[in-house]
Write a protein that binds this ligand. Structure first.
Ligand code: IMP
Ligand code: MG
Length: 182
């Protein structure tokens, strides 16, 4: 698996340090409101697990699973909910936790969908934001890192379900990308 890596763009140490910073920042902002953190499956699992351990306030965690129709590397903006929240979010402070903001179409859909349920507030925390790629106006209130427009894996992010378990974020060798996405 590690033989397929081209370049580590965010080391485990940098990610962990930034996640602790985000945890402190978000905790300060949400102190006293018991926010509901909504992790987007499956990419955000590692980020959620580390982020909540860096937050020392009362909070709840739930998950949603979505899939966009069509190709797996390109977002179509048409999103299907595979697993919905288990709880009502009316009057709750909701914070969506995403692995990466690419075109923004997935998040845009999610926000609109959750907004119809009348939460008290709804914000986004994305670990990664791809520079210059957003097709919709969407600026997450919190984000970990801005990265160049390249396909990355690791720390939850996958290529055909693989590489999620890498503790760092990396690009893959050209040959690997081509065999998996001819
Ligand atoms: P968007 O709708 O284009 O913003 O895409 C969002 C989803 O596409 C993310 O939640 C990821 O699952 C996936 N994605 C986008 N870019 C990458 C990448 O570089 N590596 C792995 N998955 C990605
Ligand atoms: Mg994915």
């Amino acid at each position: 698996m590690e033989g397929n890596i081209r370049e580590v763009i965010l080391t485990e140490g940098r990610i962990q340090k930034r996640v602790r910073e985000l945890g402190a920042l978000i905790s300060a902002d949400y102190e006293g409101s018991s926010p509901l953190l909504v992790g987007v499956l499956r990419g955000a699992i590692l980020f959620v697990a580390d982020l909540v351990r860096a937050m020392h306030i009362d909070l709840e965690v739930d998950f949603m699973a979505v899939s966009s129709y069509g190709s797996t590397t390109r977002s179509s903006g048409v999103v299907r909910i595979l697993k919905d929240l288990d709880q009502d979010i009316r009057d709750r402070d909701v914070l969506i936790i995403e692995d990466i903001l690419d075109t923004g179409l997935t998040l845009n859909y999610l926000i609109k969908n959750l907004q119809t349920r009348q939460p008290r507030s709804i914000e986004v925390c994305a670990l990664l934001v791809k520079r210059g790629k957003q097709k919709v106006r969407l600026t997450p209130k919190y984000h970990g890192f801005e990265i160049p427009d390249e396909f990355v894996v690791g720390y939850g992010l996958d290529l055909n379900e693989r590489y999620r378990n890498l503790p760092y974020v990396a690009t893959l060798k050209k040959g690997v990308m081509q065999t998996e996405f001819p």
